[in-house]
Design a protein around this ligand. Structure first.
Ligand code: UD1
Ligand code: UDP
Length: 367
């Protein structure tokens, strides 16, 4: 009998990592009926991803509002998803990663005794404040889930050490590697990349809640100093839609001719930008995995990472949010080709681009 699989997600990174799985499940029509529900936690940054993968959601809960609080998102998702779950009665609800949509959707399913499958399960820093509130969200999703799709052996071990039933934990690789297989193009061109040609291009992103305010001011002050002291450097920073991020970025980074602050890029463009830059300077989660795929060093402006496999492989260096440390680390990497080569020479620990197929195979077996 065909099993009904419902997927709920709400932000850009969840969409990028869930779309390959949706496409895989949709291909297997004899096995699965697929229902896609977006919470709309992100509005403007979510739809371009769905458009790129040509996925039309069956439901859009449209929860986003300006200056939304964590409570706003949690309450809205719980209230609006409940009736959809009651109507659809899926055999499983799949959620992804660690956003507030993830947590609230898993809780809504739990309240209706619908089994939850957690994609990108088992990532941990074991520090509830960093990343905040994502570390809580992924623990909570793990508690609520019946099936755990861990991207790596390390994330699977975390779950098992927390007394998760090992027969419910599956190592699948990360679906972001499936996504990036479809986006990279040899002949890609973009006017921003034409502008940056012959420079040492640093691609910047930053958005973490715990970095907003003073940490972000220090991060951006460091970037400004790096550009001023290294004439070969250009910076492209596609800024997150959050006005709290934009305000600090404007204050520190506007008005320099070698810094371009641009609107968020579509995922297709962003992956191609990643593969053509020299250094990635970020506080993002997902960029750490994608950078391993395109072999670009990541200087991670955070004090913790839930992806230590990348640090072990050498491609991620954690540089924190201290202005001087960021400045020194970037300067060192710019000046030291041997260090650069060493950072990008390790193996990609995050998967092989076949995670969606593995997850679909497991779903076909366990449901
Ligand atoms: C959320 C996730 C975070 C994830 C990030 C990916 C939580 C708690 N946080 O953080 O884990 O890393 O998404 O980017 O779930 N906004 C828009 N348009 C959009 C998206 C956001 O205008 O398409 C603005 C709104 O003013 C909104 C603000 O950005 O209030 C913050 O968005 P929100 O989803 O609350 O937090 P993120 O920082 O994006
Ligand atoms: N991304 C994008 N356009 C951009 C910046 C990022 O499509 O302008 C993608 C990127 O490829 C990655 C994801 O967004 O897959 C990361 O999102 P973000 O850093 O906002 O969230 P996190 O991964 O930290 O949860």
């Amino acid at each position: 009998m065909r099993k009904k699989i419902m997927l709920v997600f709400g932000t850009r990174p969840e969409a990028i990592k869930m779309c390959p799985l949706i496409l895989e499940c949709q291909k297997r029509q004899a096995e699965f009926e697929v229902v896609v529900c977006v919470s709309g936690q992100h509005a403007h940054m979510l739809m371009p991803v769905l458009d790129y993968f040509q996925i039309k959601p069956d439901y859009d809960l449209a929860v986003m509002k300006d200056e939304q609080t964590l409570s706003d998102i949690t309450v809205a998702v719980l209230n609006k998803l409940g009736p959809v779950l009651a109507q659809e009665k899926p055999d499983i609800l799949l959620v992804h990663g660690d956003t507030t949509t993830t947590f609230a959707a898993a809780l809504a399913a739990f309240y209706q005794q619908i089994p939850v499958g957690h994609v990108e399960a088992g990532l941990r820093t074991y520090d509830m404040q960093s990343p905040y509130p994502e570390e809580f969200n992924r623990h909570a999703a793990g508690i609520l889930a019946s099936y755990h799709f861990a991207p790596t052996e390390w994330s699977a071990r975390n779950l098992i050490s927390e007394k998760t039933d090992p027969s419910r934990v599956f190592v699948t690789g990360n679906t972001v590697l499936d996504a990036i297989k479809s986006t990279l193009r040899q002949d890609y061109r973009h006017e921003e990349l034409d502008w940056a040609r012959d420079s040492s291009l640093i691609l910047v992103t930053a958005h973490r809640r715990e970095n907003q305010g003073q940490p972000m001011a220090r991060m951006f002050a460091a970037i400004r100093r790096i550009v001023e002291d290294h004439p070969e450097v250009k910076v492209i920073y596609p800024i997150h839609k959050n006005p709290k991020v934009r305000q600090v970025a404007d204050q520190y980074l506007q008005g320099h001719q070698r810094i371009h602050l641009i609107e968020p890029l579509d995922v297709f463009d962003f992956h191609n930008f990643m593969s053509r830059c020299q250094i990635i300077l970020t506080d993002s989660g997902g960029l750490q995995e994608e950078a391993s795929a395109v072999k670009k060093p990541v200087l991670l402006m955070r004090g913790t990472t839930e992806r230590p496999e990348g640090v072990e492989a050498g491609i991620i260096e954690m540089v924190g949010t201290d202005e001087e440390q960021i400045y020194q680390s970037v300067s060192r990497l710019l000046k030291d080709p041997q260090l650069y080569h060493k950072m990008i020479s390790g193996k990609n620990p995050f998967g092989d681009g076949c995670a969606s197929r593995r997850i679909a195979d497991i779903l076909a077996e366990v449901l």
